[in-house]
Write a protein that binds this ligand. Structure first.
Ligand SMILES: [Zn+2]
Length: 93
């Protein structure tokens, strides 16, 4: 049974793991926006998606795609809290 992670924890985790795994000389890539969207299959209320990472010749895109695949496999991510706008969960720094 996968552990449940809150949306805020998910973003922290993703940001932390990306800092560790990103290409050492890349200074431009950021963790992409994540958003809550319709579930891919019947039965679930919704599902977290990550926007396509920007192109990076140093391979950050693959790093991010891999991190996201692992995160969404290892954890169940809770829906965004009802009283917090989903846009709050975007990573704009
Ligand atoms: Zn990069």
């Amino acid at each position: 049974m996968a552990r449940t992670m809150s949306a805020a924890e998910m973003l922290d985790h993703l940001a932390r793991e990306f800092e560790k795994a990103r290409a050492p000389h890349c200074t431009t890539c950021r963790v992409p926006r994540t958003f809550w969207g319709p579930a891919p299959g019947p039965g679930a209320a919704g599902y977290w998606y990550m926007e396509q990472p920007g192109k990076c010749e140093r391979g950050c895109r693959q790093v991010l795609t891999g991190l996201w695949a692992r995160l969404t496999t290892d954890y169940v991510i809770a829906p965004p809290p009802r009283d917090v706008p989903v846009s709050r969960f975007s990573h704009v720094r």
